[in-house]
Design a protein around this ligand. Structure first.
Ligand code: 5GP
Length: 125
Protein backbone atom coordinates (compact mmCIF):
# COMPACT_ATOMS: atom_id res chain seq x y z
CA UNK A 1 0.00 0.00 0.00
CA UNK A 2 1.65 3.29 -1.05
CA UNK A 3 2.26 5.76 1.76
CA UNK A 4 1.53 9.45 2.30
CA UNK A 5 5.06 10.93 2.13
CA UNK A 6 3.98 14.05 4.04
CA UNK A 7 3.13 12.22 7.25
CA UNK A 8 5.53 12.27 10.25
CA UNK A 9 8.27 9.66 10.54
CA UNK A 10 7.00 6.33 11.90
CA UNK A 11 9.62 4.73 14.16
CA UNK A 12 7.98 1.32 13.71
CA UNK A 13 8.49 1.11 9.92
CA UNK A 14 10.29 -1.98 8.67
CA UNK A 15 13.51 -0.18 7.67
CA UNK A 16 13.72 1.56 11.06
CA UNK A 17 13.48 -1.90 12.60
CA UNK A 18 16.24 -3.19 10.31
CA UNK A 19 18.42 -0.19 11.31
CA UNK A 20 17.86 -1.02 14.99
CA UNK A 21 18.83 -4.66 14.34
CA UNK A 22 15.36 -5.94 15.30
CA UNK A 23 14.91 -7.56 11.88
CA UNK A 24 17.73 -9.21 9.90
CA UNK A 25 18.86 -8.07 6.48
CA UNK A 26 21.35 -9.23 3.88
CA UNK A 27 23.83 -6.39 4.43
CA UNK A 28 25.86 -5.10 1.49
CA UNK A 29 27.50 -2.01 3.03
CA UNK A 30 27.37 0.17 6.12
CA UNK A 31 29.02 3.37 7.25
CA UNK A 32 28.11 6.26 9.57
CA UNK A 33 25.55 7.63 7.10
CA UNK A 34 23.91 4.64 5.41
CA UNK A 35 22.96 1.00 5.55
CA UNK A 36 22.62 -0.95 2.28
CA UNK A 37 21.07 -4.40 1.94
CA UNK A 38 19.62 -6.69 -0.70
CA UNK A 39 15.93 -6.24 -1.47
CA UNK A 40 13.84 -9.11 -0.11
CA UNK A 41 11.94 -9.41 -3.43
CA UNK A 42 14.57 -8.53 -6.06
CA UNK A 43 13.32 -7.13 -9.37
CA UNK A 44 16.71 -7.48 -11.13
CA UNK A 45 19.75 -9.76 -10.65
CA UNK A 46 21.21 -7.03 -8.45
CA UNK A 47 18.66 -5.07 -6.38
CA UNK A 48 20.15 -3.20 -3.44
CA UNK A 49 18.36 -0.76 -1.14
CA UNK A 50 20.36 2.12 0.36
CA UNK A 51 18.86 3.90 3.36
CA UNK A 52 20.11 6.83 5.42
CA UNK A 53 20.67 6.21 9.13
CA UNK A 54 18.68 9.34 9.97
CA UNK A 55 14.89 9.31 10.34
CA UNK A 56 13.67 10.59 6.96
CA UNK A 57 10.33 9.57 5.44
CA UNK A 58 11.22 10.14 1.80
CA UNK A 59 13.48 11.86 -0.70
CA UNK A 60 11.34 14.96 -0.17
CA UNK A 61 11.92 14.91 3.59
CA UNK A 62 15.65 14.11 3.22
CA UNK A 63 16.34 16.80 0.63
CA UNK A 64 14.53 19.40 2.77
CA UNK A 65 15.87 18.53 6.26
CA UNK A 66 19.11 16.54 6.07
CA UNK A 67 22.43 18.26 6.69
CA UNK A 68 24.90 18.83 3.86
CA UNK A 69 27.11 16.18 5.50
CA UNK A 70 24.31 13.60 5.55
CA UNK A 71 23.39 14.33 1.93
CA UNK A 72 27.00 14.09 0.77
CA UNK A 73 27.50 10.90 2.78
CA UNK A 74 24.39 9.34 1.28
CA UNK A 75 25.17 10.29 -2.33
CA UNK A 76 28.78 9.15 -2.06
CA UNK A 77 27.70 5.84 -0.50
CA UNK A 78 25.19 5.11 -3.28
CA UNK A 79 27.92 5.68 -5.88
CA UNK A 80 30.42 3.57 -3.96
CA UNK A 81 28.00 0.66 -3.48
CA UNK A 82 27.18 0.56 -7.21
CA UNK A 83 30.89 0.80 -8.08
CA UNK A 84 31.83 -1.98 -5.67
CA UNK A 85 29.01 -4.15 -7.09
CA UNK A 86 30.69 -3.85 -10.51
CA UNK A 87 27.78 -1.94 -12.01
CA UNK A 88 29.47 1.10 -13.52
CA UNK A 89 30.79 -0.45 -16.72
CA UNK A 90 27.62 -2.42 -17.62
CA UNK A 91 25.39 0.33 -16.27
CA UNK A 92 22.64 0.47 -13.66
CA UNK A 93 19.53 2.34 -12.55
CA UNK A 94 18.70 4.34 -9.42
CA UNK A 95 15.11 4.78 -8.26
CA UNK A 96 13.53 6.56 -5.29
CA UNK A 97 9.77 6.24 -5.06
CA UNK A 98 8.07 9.14 -3.25
CA UNK A 99 4.53 9.03 -1.89
CA UNK A 100 1.38 7.57 -3.35
CA UNK A 101 1.87 8.30 -7.06
CA UNK A 102 5.50 7.21 -6.75
CA UNK A 103 4.40 3.87 -5.29
CA UNK A 104 6.46 4.26 -2.10
CA UNK A 105 5.55 1.49 0.34
CA UNK A 106 8.11 1.84 3.13
CA UNK A 107 8.10 5.25 4.88
CA UNK A 108 11.88 5.52 5.34
CA UNK A 109 13.86 6.98 2.43
CA UNK A 110 15.43 4.30 0.27
CA UNK A 111 17.18 4.40 -3.07
CA UNK A 112 16.92 1.26 -5.15
CA UNK A 113 20.03 0.22 -7.13
CA UNK A 114 19.10 -2.10 -10.00
CA UNK A 115 21.60 -3.86 -12.26
CA UNK A 116 22.95 -7.10 -13.59
CA UNK A 117 21.12 -7.16 -16.92
CA UNK A 118 19.59 -4.71 -19.41
CA UNK A 119 16.79 -2.98 -17.54
CA UNK A 120 14.54 -2.05 -20.42
CA UNK A 121 12.34 1.02 -20.65
CA UNK A 122 12.38 3.43 -17.75
CA UNK A 123 8.69 3.10 -16.88
CA UNK A 124 6.42 0.11 -17.35
CA UNK A 125 2.80 1.19 -17.70
P1 5GP B 1 9.16 1.06 -2.34
O1 5GP B 1 7.98 0.58 -3.13
O2 5GP B 1 8.75 1.61 -0.98
O3 5GP B 1 10.05 1.99 -3.11
O4 5GP B 1 10.06 -0.21 -2.11
C1 5GP B 1 10.10 -0.95 -0.91
C2 5GP B 1 11.04 -2.12 -1.17
O5 5GP B 1 11.36 -2.69 0.08
C3 5GP B 1 10.42 -3.23 -2.02
O6 5GP B 1 11.25 -3.44 -3.16
C4 5GP B 1 10.37 -4.43 -1.08
O7 5GP B 1 10.64 -5.65 -1.73
C5 5GP B 1 11.43 -4.09 -0.06
N1 5GP B 1 11.20 -4.64 1.26
C6 5GP B 1 10.05 -4.58 1.99
N2 5GP B 1 10.21 -5.18 3.18
C7 5GP B 1 11.51 -5.60 3.23
C8 5GP B 1 12.27 -6.29 4.22
O8 5GP B 1 11.80 -6.62 5.31
N3 5GP B 1 13.57 -6.56 3.91
C9 5GP B 1 14.13 -6.19 2.71
N4 5GP B 1 15.41 -6.52 2.51
N5 5GP B 1 13.43 -5.55 1.75
C10 5GP B 1 12.14 -5.26 2.01
Amino acid sequence: MPIDATRPYDESNIFARILRGEIPCSKVYEDEYVLAFNDIAPQAPIHILVIPKGAYVSWDDFSARASAEEIAGFVRAVGRIAREAGLVEPGYRLLANVGANGGQEVPHLHVHIFGGHPLGPMLVR
